[in-house]
Design a protein around this ligand. Structure first.
Ligand code: KIV
Length: 275
C-alpha cells in the first residue's frame, strides 16, 4: 500500500466524537489548490455556498446552484486527502421535501465523493435531517443566522441579541441534534447564547461569529486572508494577500510593458546553446 493510501480521511463520526474535546478546525475552500494548502491543518473543509459571493461576485447565496456546488466540491476533494469535506446544499435544492433533499444530497455525494452535506435551518428541517441520516447521508446543520433566508430576514445581522429570541434558537439547535445531525454551524450569535447552545446539545457546535464557546470554529478562507473587499466584524485577518497579489500583478504588468519579462533566464534556449 502506498503512503498516499495510508492517509485516512476523517469521517462524520470522527467529528461527532470530538464533542467537548480538542477544538475542531474548519475553513471554507472552493478549489483544489486552497484545499491542498489547508488539508494538514483542518479537520473539516467546508465547500460553502458563500462561493457565490466570494468567487462569483453575487450579492447573496440565493442564486447558487447544485451544479456550482458539485463542481467546486469535486475540486476540493481532488485537492485534499485528510480533512472531512462537507458540501453545502444550495438554496432551493432541499426545502421542498425530504425526498428532494435526499436526491440532491445523493447527487452531491456521488458526484463529488464528499463525506457529508450541510443544510441551513433548524426545527423545520428536523424531519428532513432524520430522513437523510437514516439513508446514509451525514448532515451538518446550520442555525442562528441562515444567509439563504436573506430575503425573509432582511439583513445579515446577528441573531439572538435579544434574549427573547433565545428559546426559538435553542429549540432549533436541539431539534437538529435530536434528528441526527453530526454537527452544527452556529452563525452570528452572542457568546452567552453560543455557550448555552453548545451545552444543550450532544453534537459539536462550529461557530462563525459565535465566540470561543463553541466546540470548533469556521471562517471563510478569503475573508481571513484579506482577499474579500468587505468582511463581517467578527472576522480576524490572518493575512493580507489582496495587496500582495495586486503588487505582484502591477510588477508583472510593468515588466511586460517595458519588455523586461521574459528575460533570458525565463526563455527556452536553442538546443545545445546556453541561454
Ligand atoms: O457558505 C459558507 O461558507 C458557510 C459558512 C460561512 C459557515 O456556510
Amino acid at each position: 500500500m502506498s503512503a498516499q493510501q495510508d492517509i485516512k480521511r476523517l469521517t462524520a463520526p470522527d467529528i461527532l466524537a470530538r464533542k467537548g474535546g480538542a477544538p475542531i478546525v474548519c475553513l471554507t475552500s472552493y478549489h483544489a489548490h486552497t484545499a491542498r494548502l489547508m488539508d494538514n491543518y483542518c479537520d473539516i473543509i467546508l465547500v460553502g455556498d458563500s462561493l457565490g459571493m466570494v468567487m462569483h461576485g453575487l450579492e447573496t447565496t440565493v442564486p447558487v446552484t447544485l451544479d456550482m456546488m458539485i463542481l467546486q466540491g469535486l475540486a476540493v476533494m481532488r485537492g485534499s486527502r485528510r480533512a472531512l469535506v462537507v458540501v453545502d446544499m444550495p438554496f432551493g435544492s432541499y426545502e421542498a421535501s425530504k425526498e428532494q433533499a435526499f436526491m440532491s444530497a445523493v447527487r452531491v455525494m456521488k458526484e463529488t465523493g464528499c463525506g457529508a452535506i450541510k443544510m441551513e435551518g433548524g426545527k423545520r428541517l428536523a424531519e428532513t435531517i432524520a430522513f437523510l441520516v437514516e439513508r446514509g447521508v451525514p448532515v451538518m446543520a446550520h442555525v442562528g443566522l441562515t444567509p439563504q433566508s436573506i430575503n425573509t430576514i432582511g439583513s445579515f445581522r446577528a441573531q439572538g441579541r435579544d434574549e427573547a429570541d433565545w428559546p426559538r434558537i435553542e429549540e432549533d439547535a436541539r431539534a437538529v441534534a435530536a434528528a441526527g445531525a453530526f454537527s452544527m454551524v452556529i452563525e452570528a450569535v452572542a457568546e452567552p447564547l453560543a455557550r448555552k447552545l453548545t451545552a444543550a446539545v450532544a453534537i459539536p457546535t462550529i461557530g462563525i461569529g459565535a465566540s470561543a464557546a463553541c466546540d470548533g470554529q469556521v471562517l471563510v478562507l478569503e475573508d481571513m486572508l484579506g482577499l474579500s473587499a468587505r468582511v463581517p466584524k467578527f472576522v480576524k485577518r490572518y493575512g493580507e494577500l489582496g495587496p500582495s497579489i495586486e503588487q505582484a500583478v502591477a510588477t508583472y504588468a510593468e515588466e511586460v510593458r517595458e519588455r523586461r519579462f521574459p528575460g533570458p533566464e525565463h526563455t527556452y534556449p536553442m538546443r545545445g546553446k546556453k541561454a
